[in-house]
Design a protein around this ligand. Structure first.
Ligand code: PDD
Length: 291
């Protein structure tokens, strides 16, 4: 089976999928993206992702290149043509092709690209394996709430983590507070047992997985607080984990080399992983699909 990509209205072989050299995404990172999980052939939290895409596009004043409903159809088609049962869809919208001038072009048409690939099917047991994080200075800009393709700081910090033998870097703002991971949201269970994740503001991305975990926690009567936490609180936490479309609920067992809890997945983290697993299994029943 050859992979298929979607590029501006056409389904093309992945190897031949290309955009123009003057696409503003290429020259200015002038665009936004989404990564959506496919679980048992169903898009996970499609509506949440489309709502966030709407926010990102709106903040950059890029018009929707097609209706959200049509976007859903194309995503479904990309999943189908690539025969994805478990995987991810990558969707990118840029301001389009125009001669290189910083200001917005008068009449560029937004460009849409989608790719999809398989990932190992979600499994609670393997997802219970903990990972290491390091902490780094958050060198990003002041609009981290926009899911822009401008990811150079994230790339540099993730590389720093990899070179340190860690999986993710937790970024720390000027006040010593953890903002988020380079491609994940950060959570802890404090030494007093409080489940905490940072409030959504301009310093973090409002994660769809984060929202789903909060909703699942709420339904299960598990309390949590949305507030920022320090590196010290993280290092002395009972439990820590991160959330994202591709890592689901993933235990963090070391921060800067210091063990969290007993170095294995924590009790509450395990519970939330189970709840998230159920949330994914419940997809496609209608309640979470886009209108
Ligand atoms: N990253 N924070 C940042 C900076 C992110 O890039 C992401 C997602 C998240 C988690 O959001 P969500 O739960 O909606 O995936 C938080 C995607 C997966 C990526 O860039 O590959």
């Amino acid at each position: 089976l050859s992979r298929i990509a979607y590029v501006n209205g056409r389904y093309v072989p992945h190897a031949e999928a290309a955009v123009h050299v003057e696409d503003r995404g290429y020259q200015f990172a002038d665009g936004v993206y989404e990564v959506i999980a496919v679980h048992r052939s169903v898009l996970v939290d499609e509506k949440g992702h489309m709502d966030r895409l709407d926010w990102s596009l709106g903040e950059l004043d890029i018009a929707w290149p097609m209706t959200p409903r049509a976007m859903g159809t194309v995503m479904g088609e990309v999943v189908r043509r690539n025969r994805i049962r478990d995987g991810i869809v990558y969707l990118q919208v840029t301001r389009g092709v125009a001669p290189r001038n910083h200001e917005f072009p008068a009449n560029a048409e937004a460009a849409v690209v989608m790719t999809a690939r398989r990932i190992r099917p979600f499994n609670v047991e393997t997802n219970s394996q903990g990972i290491d994080v390091i902490t780094v200075d958050d060198i990003r800009w002041k609009r981290c709430d926009i899911k822009t393709i401008s990811l150079l700081p994230n790339v540099l910090m993730k590389e720093q983590a990899a070179r340190a033998g860690a999986y993710e870097a937790w970024m720390v703002d000027g006040e010593g507070q953890v903002t988020e991971g380079t491609s994940t949201n950060a959570w802890i269970v404090t030494k007093d047992g409080d489940l905490v994740t940072r409030q959504t503001d301009n310093k973090i991305l409002s994660g769809i997985t984060r929202a789903a975990v909060m909703e699942a926690a709420q339904s299960a009567g598990i309390e949590f607080t949305e507030r920022s936490f320090t590196v010290d609180e993280a290092k002395t936490a009972r439990e820590a984990f991160l959330t994202s479309t591709t890592l689901f609920v993933k235990p963090v067992v070391r921060v800067d080399g210091e063990a969290i809890g007993n170095g294995h997945i924590g009790t509450l983290t395990a519970r939330l992983l189970d709840l998230y697993s159920a949330h994914m299994d419940g997809q496609g029943s209608g309640k979470d699909s886009a209108a």
